[in-house]
Ligand binder design. Sequence first.
Ligand code: SPM
Length: 292
Amino acid sequence: MNGIREGWFSEVNALWPGQCMSLEVEEVLLHEKSPFQDVMMLKTKHHGNALILDGVIQVTESDEFSYHEIGSNVPLNAHPNPEKVLIIGGGDGGMAREVCRNPAVKSVTQCEIDELVVNACKKYLPNLAVGFDDPKMNLIIGDGFDFMGKHKGEFDVIITDSSDPFGPAKVLFEKPYYQLMMEALRPGGIIASQGECLWLHLDLIRDMFKFCREIFPVVDYTTVSVPTYPSGQIGFMLCSLNPETNFRKPVRTFTDEEIETLGLKYYNTEMHAASFVLPHFAKKVLEGKAQK
Ligand code: SPM
């Protein structure tokens, strides 16, 4: 079973009941089981190649840039000196590509558990996996939990680019994981962690806000439009150890000329600010003024 019927892949999952995104498929380029998950790479008719893990769309070549540019530049540009960065997950390389592109970053360590994903992306998503070839990069195949437990107080910024909260990634949305990230940060450090969808998972995001506020003095949520994700929206939880951090007002901005030189397609100063503007139903819940 690969979720493909009559030439269409459909992303059916209990996390988004009663709805699904479908992509028209030209060819199944790869379909294998790793020790961790079902890995599929599709050549689609209109969205480029697409990585599917356990039946869920992780990236398509057509829109991956929005997720990766916001997930990297919003936390990096909120930190005065984000020299040493850790990425957990992100096996396609898109997040690494964007983090390495940011001129303030000097070294990037990435810990990804599934080597099959990395190899599949090197072959079929070269425009993302290019991140792995950057001289700033050090890729480790291993468990993010174990890695962070052994690297306390080392990183300025930690970015978690995970799949959704079921199966192996479920723990990445829970308090002990955030505690571990906090301990792996240098003083004043910042984290950005996959923060799900306001339309579908507001109760989860509300609970994450609650425990994040018990660990970090500053907590916020940045949202990004990704057309091929369920409901077209996803966000990142943002937390800082520095009580002075204001994620909404970056300490470093890119001029329009720099945006062009860096090759950014979604992120700019206006998008940075706009990514914090929430619909009223979500704003009330995240500010603790409503339950949902
Ligand atoms: N580098 C990209 C990896 C993708 N990480 C996020 C994947 C999320 C996919 N499902 C979105 C569901 C939104 N509720």
